[in-house]
Design a protein around this ligand. Sequence first.
Ligand SMILES: Cc1ncc(COP(=O)(O)O)c(C=O)c1O
Length: 340
Amino acid sequence: VLAEDGERALQYGPPFAPLQATIARLMQSRGADVSPDQVFLVTGAQQGLHVAARLLMDFDSAAVVDEFVFTGVRQAFGGPDRTLVEVKWDPTHGLDSRSFESAVSAAPTPRAAVVIPEFHNPLGASLSEDARRAVLDAASRAGVPIIEDDPYGLLSFDRPPRAPLLAAAPDRVLYLGSFSKIIAPSLRLGWIVAPEALIDRLRVLKESVDLECSAFTQRTTALYMEEFGLESHLVRVRAEYRIRRDAMLAALEADMPTGTRFSRPEGGMFVWVELPEGLDTLRLLAEAVKVGVAFVPGGAFASGPSPRTMRLNFSNADPGTIAEGIGRLGQLVAGQPLPS
Ligand SMILES: Cc1ncc(COP(=O)(O)O)c(C=O)c1O
């Protein structure tokens, strides 16, 4: 990039059109009819969440979020005078449709419903076909825009990636994508797909945060995909992550005490674990770290305590390390004193 286009790569500049075109093709390959002009580049999906919240919310508005959700969603849509209306999780359907319906119908009408339809962070769950339909129908009836936060949708191990919700409701969905989980988080590059009429307003909001995305990483990312192909990279990543997911599920099966429940994600990076009654993952974490094992206690993703839950990551360690780590965790859990 520096040799061929160094002068522009090191300057301020408009969005890199070839990257917008590549992203539009990527979205089309998943069944969403997206034009390059609808692709708004952001400095990671987190900035996408922030900009979407700035676009849709006032200081005292309400938004719909999952009861357990990536903390960045709460940070972007929450605030001292804002209300986050929570949707209950359902292990079979990914979310409880009735709970979603009543959340979007709350008064005052929420300004947005944030949905992570595929390989949820932290739950590992994906929405069933029924839940997808229910979300689209309920949001449309209530007149609430959907923020589709989808950094993991392409990391599908057991089936082809699904069409995003955007494909079914392009006027009602702001879609957020990211290169963080499919190439590298340090690129700090993601995208919003929005109706063209909103792009100018998004641009003004983003300019107030960081002017624009790095011209250099936009070009390196586009060149990487042109030279090596994103799909061949994804084929390798999915195959490796699938092995790691399987190693983690097998180890959980073998090493965790009876009464432990865990999600079986079809992709992504995370397994959600619920330990037997009486255990406390916050207390467990302090012990686990001493034996070289780390996880995120479930309460970190919730508005209240959730002492029995934790999120495990399987993408960042090899299968042998995963088996060893879960083995140590299992021993610790088995030895944990239960509160009297
Ligand atoms: C659900 C979800 N949304 C958004 C993000 C932010 O991603 P990015 O690195 O693209 O800012 C993450 C990162 O973990 C995530 O899990």
